[in-house]
Design a protein around this ligand. Structure first.
Ligand code: ZN
Length: 261
């Protein structure tokens, strides 16, 4: 079982009827719906308005992969919660950041860069190219797939050079974008994926759903962080334990060849 928590700021859907019409159960609800069809996933959701944004120690300790969607409320996320999430990622929790989460506190913190990009929202079409088809996140995806309408995100995307560049987006206006990128931070795996503007319903797109589902499986770590990696002293390896019967080097005496005349 992979325990997934889908986090959404849940502000557009509550304040803009046209977005509520697209995502009546919220973006988190739509994502949780398709993830729940995978019998290997145990899915829960959390939103900004919950105590501690729904990301308590207890929830995070029971989360293998965290999905993040945020846009207008990045500044409303408490630094304490961001620190907590970052610490969990460094200890092995997977993180999947979607669309405008490129500007979330947690993504920027883990990237160490501004994560700015070029953007334009006129509802143009996008073609996403699978440029690393052997990557687990690209499993089952075609060479490219088309999204009828999406907000344009263009280069330069101010991110560190990705560990892996899995998808490349092209927009009607001519811009290109590194749409699917992976990173490792500490023991955690991070995936950023660009589609998912609140107006266009692209979390109902079959290929987008497949990418996110694959990403959850990929981001789940099997690594269990041992205590000494939390800063505790390392126990001495067996072979290096001092033996009482070892003759100290001074007992060897001075070698003959050093008795210079
Ligand atoms: Zn957007």
């Amino acid at each position: 079982m992979i325990r997934v928590t889908v986090w959404n700021e849940y502000l557009h859907e509550k304040n803009e009827p046209q977005v509520a019409a697209v995502y009546p159960k919220g973006i988190h609800g739509a994502i949780a719906d398709f993830l729940s069809r995978d019998p290997e996933l145990e899915v829960r959701t959390a939103t900004l308005d919950m105590p501690e944004h729904g990301l308590t120690e207890e929830v995070l300790n029971a989360t293998d992969v965290l999905i993040w969607w945020g846009h207008m409320g990045h500044h409303l996320v408490s630094d304490e919660v961001v620190e907590r999430v970052a610490d969990r990622v460094l200890h092995g929790m997977g993180l999947v950041c979607l669309h405008s989460a490129h500007h979330s506190k947690i993504f920027r913190k883990l990237m160490g860069t501004a994560c700015h990009l070029r953007w334009r929202d006129i509802g143009e079409n996008e073609r996403i190219w699978t440029i690393e088809p052997s990557h687990p996140i690209a499993a089952g995806l075609p060479a490219y797939f088309d999204i009828p309408q999406e907000e344009m995100y263009g280069e330069r995307f101010d991110i560190p050079t990705p560990d892996e560049l899995v998808f490349l987006g092209w927009f009607r206006g001519g811009e290109v974008f590194r749409s699917g990128v992976t990173y490792r931070r500490g023991f955690g795996r991070i995936f950023y994926f660009q589609p998912g503007h609140e107006m266009y319903g692209n979390f109902y797109n079959e290929n987008v759903q497949r990418v996110i589902t694959n990403a959850v499986h990929w981001a789940k770590s099997t690594f269990v962080c041992p205590a000494y990696l939390n800063g505790e002293a390392v126990p001495p390896p067996e072979a290096y334990v001092p033996q009482t019967d070892v003759v100290s080097h001074k007992d060897y005496g001075r070698p003959e060849y050093l008795n210079l005349k």
